[in-house]
Design a protein around this ligand. Structure first.
Ligand code: ZN
Length: 1155
């Protein structure tokens, strides 16, 4: 040991003088010194015990006191001296613990104690006081020494302590610190296993026992917490279950629950539960729990605890255990493959679709056939859950960031011969168009807004079916109408039937008639007219007059558009909200505050299904797999429907009188990816709380846990003048349920569960028809309607052209828009200015479930077609190439993520297949053509929606920021990179209230190498290539902070994007660069500030997934639903140990003893 340097000279302090004497005596090893040392240490101890300040003096920085004390301890052979020094240390480490204990550990104190423990055990019987002192110190030191576990094992201390416990079961004074030390030992997993083998569990279960008020309570608590630690190893848990300890623990828990009426021993009760929880981490334990009637025991005890808030920890832990042990169910489906199938032109071998359909017939894909083995199960459960980006590929941390500089650099070669691209010249006719003089004079094709509007203002009168046709008659008729036609040819519509009962008839009938807006495909073509004649009486269904507020909406035009929309199920119905239109609410819709305990309450209701299984109706009321469902209708069940464009609901099961389990349909040619829902509900009772559970959600977390509500549209409200999608639902939460996921749909992982989204709704009106959706619906037919309306806004100044980029797999066209300003005249100068405008390339809705991206796109398009001077100036600045819907088929068929090929189109940009991914193939080819003709776009932006984050933000591409993120060597930072990619997001953050710069990221991830953003950046060479993500939930900053997002905010965002492009023009135009030089430099400086220090990347958040970033907000969700961690338990234990421990080092107990 180094020679300690005492700093006593200056101080007259007595304790320091004593210490320097001790130091001198240590130096010459004379036997005669023993007495002196004994005396001095005794005096020091006395001083420490009587004078508070002396403790500070001994351990003050630079005093060297700790070294002297430790070296005395190491050197002495005298028992009394040893005891003195141990007592001194106990005094020192009692108060101001952290730092002093740290000093003690750093000076090697732990090892000295452990060696002393082991060596003194070699001559039994060990001195009890010595053992007491050593263990009391170890309890304090152990948790602060990171290597304590290893040190104690290597020194052989584990068994010494364990043997002490064995031989002192009745000696509580010594037993307690020993058990505490055992607990600290076993926080190291290897130690826990070793202790388990040495019989630690058996010993502890001799002590653990039923309720008692005596001093043994503390003991029992300590035993429990030790068992808890020992059982953290699976092997020990198995040992404990084998020995039958689980029923024992359950009955001990019940006993404490019954007798601890004043709740003084919640800590003990919780630690018993925590032991049970550890044992049920293994399958064997879960079985033992069920066999021991654990569900009922914990359910009953918990319900009795619910009223007392301080018992929440018990309820929460119980609920966690019950959820874990809840027998896994299979989803009530014949297969998880989509109900609908679309024959592909070819199936790529080894692709997801090939895998899907190459399963041998008869394979049950709903649950795994093989029994998962324990080892893999534990592995997957222990694994921190990764957020998949819905592709099933595991992406983790830095591994996912692109580190290959070559791959980060743009590819400078054209990979395709120009001849192949020449065909795309057709989509760029503006560059070669010959403008005639009269192009600038005649306002050709201008439809004056006034004349258009006057048409729209008239009430739309739709003939209804006559009164003679009662509901009993109408039903089968409707059934006929909705029967999908075998071919998928577009509907040829001659008539539209909207039926409504005339005044004075039964209300029930109104429901029926409101229930269907059927696009008559000619199946009953003649009958509508005939019936009208027959009945004579005509009821009028007034379509809400949305025209004034929705200039782009027209119900008649909408139906017209529907006719040419081809869906796989050959839909014949139209959803009312799409037909009537949605007018943005003028009302603020705040992000919901999460109600305390809502998840727990829902889970208890779920557990009741098991406990009171006879109360469960289990009645299937809607089932796409079985078209004849429902067979009977007693009027007591809700009616569901999803057979319309963008609809998604596969099955509805009435569980209890007012509770329904809902199952979503997988994307077509896929067996998962569901999240989007859109369905109709009728036959409701007003004023009753209905609970809906979507039980096959796949994501591990959702904004539904953070204040997002579902959307509802009431047809009654619409007719009464409020045609709005409204955020609805209370008691909303999202949690892991007991329906097991087949590994086939979980990326090969076994033992995964689905998640439940639950919400409760009270309907306002009798006989209403209501619609629910994940987000504001935006159908393909709606896009076509909007485009038709937009084209009518064209003026002599606007160049607007709509082409069909290609036909999709489903036979729908993919519109491509070209918008710019007409040249001022046909003069050469003007034509050349026109042709030299930079191209801005925009796209949206590659992911069908992200309807918000369509609303943002609508905002962009409306701005571009508006007559404001800014819009004109923007059109004069750029040529816009816009693909507003990259995945029409997915949108039409109610998919969430994929196209009809069963693939995520935003992962196909690297090598899109012309047949399977036509929209991507042609969009990329068009971009390649632009590049080949020297018109590489200035900006590319693909609009998306984000289900896990708030606000709107962008992902871009930067080599430097990617390299920094990987902490690669600094030499690569010499890379030259234009910072232009930062300008647009920065402008947006200054202009758009929903936009958040701090959520933006410019890191290129390997898992994103096939996305539009990365491919367009790398292969097309667009430096400003972005994904723009809009929240589905709301904002936590800016003007709309605390509010859920609505369509007007989304549309505003689309318009702001245009304004930001207008400003961007200033930074990118060489001419004007001079004028705005200073302003530009400011921006550049800002940028340099943030990039100067690689570690401070506050403006860049590295996010794993483009669409589904890891969730960062704090909520009780993970603690409650994660099987493995109970983060609040450990600190709890520490605190309570300190309070309960009689030898406690808290200030509290010291004051007590002083008084
Ligand atoms: Zn997306």
């Amino acid at each position: 040991m180094n020679k300690p340097k005492m700093a006593a000279e200056k101080s007259a302090s007595r304790v320091l003088m004593l210490l320097s004497q001790l130091e001198r005596l240590n130096e010459d090893h004379k036997v005669s010194n023993n007495d002196a040392i004994r005396q001095i240490t005794g005096k020091i101890l006395h001083l420490l015990q009587t004078q508070e300040k002396t403790r500070k003096e001994v351990t003050s920085k630079g005093s060297g006191g700790m070294e002297v004390i430790l070296s005395s301890l190491e050197n002495t052979q005298d028992l009394q001296t040893t005891l003195n020094i141990l007592a001194i240390l106990n005094e020192l480490l009692t108060v101001g613990g952290g730092r002093r204990t740290g000093v003690f550990v750093s000076k090697g104190g732990t090892a000295i104690l452990l060696q002393m423990l082991v060596s003194s055990s070699k001559n039994p019987p060990a001195n009890e006081e010595l053992m007491l002192h050593i263990h009391t110190l170890l309890v304090k030191v152990g948790p602060k020494d990171r290597k304590f576990g290893v040190k104690s094992r290597l020194n052989g201390a584990l068994n010494v302590t364990l043997n002490l416990v064995k031989h002192n079961l009745q000696n509580h004074k010594l037993l307690l610190p020993c058990l505490q030390v055992l607990r600290v030992y076993s926080s190291n997993l290897v130690n826990a296993v070793s202790l388990g083998k040495s019989g630690a569990l058996e010993i502890m279960f001799e002590i653990i026992g039923p309720f008692s008020k005596k001093s043994t309570t503390l003991m029992k608590y300590v035993v429990c917490s030790s068992v808890l630690c020992v059982c953290s190893s699976g092997m020990n848990a198995r040992r404990a279950v084998d020995r039958g300890y689980l029923p024992t623990l359950l009955s001990i828990y019940q006993d404490w629950h019954r007798h601890d009426t004043r709740h003084r021993h919640v800590v003990i009760r919780k630690s018993i539960l925590a032991c049970i929880k550890n044992l049920t981490n293994i399958k064997l334990g879960r079985k033992a729990f069920i066999d021991a009637n654990g569900m009922r025991i914990l359910y009953n005890t918990s319900t009795e605890c619910l009223a007392v808030r301080t018992l929440d920890p018990l309820v929460n832990t119980s609920s966690l255990i019950m959820r874990k042990c809840f027998p896994k169910n299979r989803l009530p489906l014949p297969t998880i493959k989509s109900v609908f199938h679309h024959q592909l032109p070819h199936i790529a071998a080894g692709g997801p679709v090939a895998q899907l359909y190459n399963q041998p017939p008869g394979v049950d894909d709903v649950v795994d056939e093989s029994d998962e083995n324990e080892a893999t199960e534990v592995d997957t459960e222990n694994e921190t859950e990764y957020e998949d980006d819905e592709t099933g590929h595991k992406t983790q941390n830095d591994d996912d960031i692109e580190t290959d500089i070559k791959k980060l650099r743009p590819i400078q070669v054209n990979t395709r011969p120009f001849d192949e691209l020449r065909a795309y010249e057709y989509f760029c006719r503006e560059f070669s168009e010959i403008f005639e003089d009269n192009d600038f004079e005649s306002p050709r094709s201008i439809i004056p807004p006034s004349s258009d509007n006057s048409e729209l203002h008239r009430p739309i009168i739709i003939p209804t079916t006559p009164s003679s046709l009662g509901p009993q008659n109408r039903r089968p008729l409707r059934e006929d109408l909705v029967t999908p036609r075998p071919d998928e040819s577009p509907l040829e519509l001659d008539s539209i039937s909207i039926s409504k009962r005339p005044e004075g008839t039964a209300d029930h009938d109104l429901v029926c008639s409101l229930g269907r807006l059927v696009v008559d495909g000619g199946v009953n073509g003649g009958s509508v007219d005939g019936l009208q004649d027959e009945g004579g009486e005509q009821a009028v269904l007034e379509v809400p007059d949305t025209a004034a507020l929705l200039p782009l909406h027209d119900p008649d035009l909408y139906l017209e558009m529907v006719k040419s929309t081809r869906s796989v199920p050959a839909y014949t119905e139209v959803a009312y909200p799409d037909y009537f239109g949605h007018v943005a609410l003028n009302l603020r819709e705040p992000i919901l505050e999460r109600v305390y305990g809502v998840q727990r309450m829902k889970i208890f209701q779920d557990i009741e299904r098991l406990i009171h299984s006879s109360d469960i109706l289990d009645k299937v009321v809607y089932d796409l797999d079985n078209q004849s469902c429902p067979v009977t209708d007693n009027g007591e069940s809700l009616k569901f429907n999803s057979k319309f464009e963008s609809g998604n609901l596969r099955k509805a099961i009435q569980v209890r009188k007012f509770e329904y389990d809902l199952i979503l349909n997988s994307d077509i040619n896929s067996n998962h990816y569901h999240q989007w829902f859109y369905f109709e509900v009728s036959n409701m009772r007003p004023g009753v709380r209905y609970r809906f559970n979507i039980i096959n959600c796949e994501k591990s977390n959702s904004q539904f846990n953070y204040g997002m509500q579902v959307l509802m549209y009431s047809v009654q409200d619409a007719i009464n003048g409020s045609p709005h999608w409204v955020r609805t639902g209370s008691d909303i939460c999202y949690y892991k349920n007991h329906f097991s996921r087949s590994s086939i749909a979980a990326g090969g992982q076994k033992g995964k569960s689905y998640f439940t989204l639950t919400f409760t709704v009270t309907f306002q009106h009798k006989d209403d028809v209501c619609y629910f959706a994940y987000h504001y619906p935006y159908t393909y037919s709606m896009l076509k309607m909007h485009l038709q309306k937009l084209s009518a806004l064209r003026t002599a100044q606007i160049y607007y052209r709509q082409d069909d980029l290609c036909e999709t797999l489903g036979g729908n066209s993919c519109p491509l828009l070209t918008i710019t300003a007409m040249p001022e005249s046909s003069s050469n100068d003007h034509i050349s200015q026109f042709r030299s405008r930079p191209v801005v390339f925009l796209s949206a809705r590659v992911h069908p479930g992200e309807t918000n991206s369509s609303w943002v796109m609508k905002g962009t398009l409306e701005f571009l077609m508006s007559c404001s001077p800014q819009a004109q100036s923007l059109r004069e600045s750029y040529i816009f190439k816009i693909i507003p819907m990259l995945n029409p088929d997915g949108v039409i068929n109610g998919n969430h993520r994929c196209s009809l090929s069963g693939e995520d189109l935003n992962r196909q940009w690297q090598s899109p297949n012309a047949e399977l991914h036509p929209t991507i193939y042609h969009a990329k080819s068009l971009l390649q053509y632009l590049r080949a003709t020297g018109r590489t776009p200035l900006v590319f932006c693909d609009y998306h929606g984000h289900s896990r984050k708030k606000n709107v933000f962008m992902y871009g591409c930067s080599i430097k920021e990617t390299v920094w993120q990987t902490n690669a060597n600094t030499s690569t930072c010499d890379l030259q990179e234009d910072l232009g990619y930062r300008t647009l997001p920065k402008l947006l953050s200054q202009m758009a209230p929903v936009f958040s710069l701090s959520s933006c990221s410019f890191v290129v991830e390997r898992s994103k190498e096939a996305t539009a953003r990365v491919v367009v950046w790398r292969e097309i060479g667009v430096q400003r290539s972005y994904t723009m993500e809009s929240t589905l939930c709301g904002c936590d900053q800016g003007k709309y902070k605390g509010l859920q997002i609505g369509t007007s905010e989304l549309e505003e965002m689309g318009a702001q994007f245009c304004l930001a492009l207008l400003r961007l023009r200033r930074y990118t135009s060489p001419l004007e660069l001079q004028n705005h030089n200073s302003h530009l430099l400011d921006t550049e400086n800002d940028l340099i500030d943030t990039r100067g220090i690689p570690n401070i990347t506050s403006t860049t958040t590295y996010v794993l997934e483009e669409d589904e970033a890891a969730f960062l907000e704090e909520v009780d969700y993970s603690a409650e639903s994660n099987d493995e961690n109970d983060p609040d338990l450990e600190p709890d234990l520490q605190d309570n140990l300190a309070l309960l421990d009689p030898s406690s080092d808290s200030e509290f107990s010291r004051q007590d003893s002083v008084n």
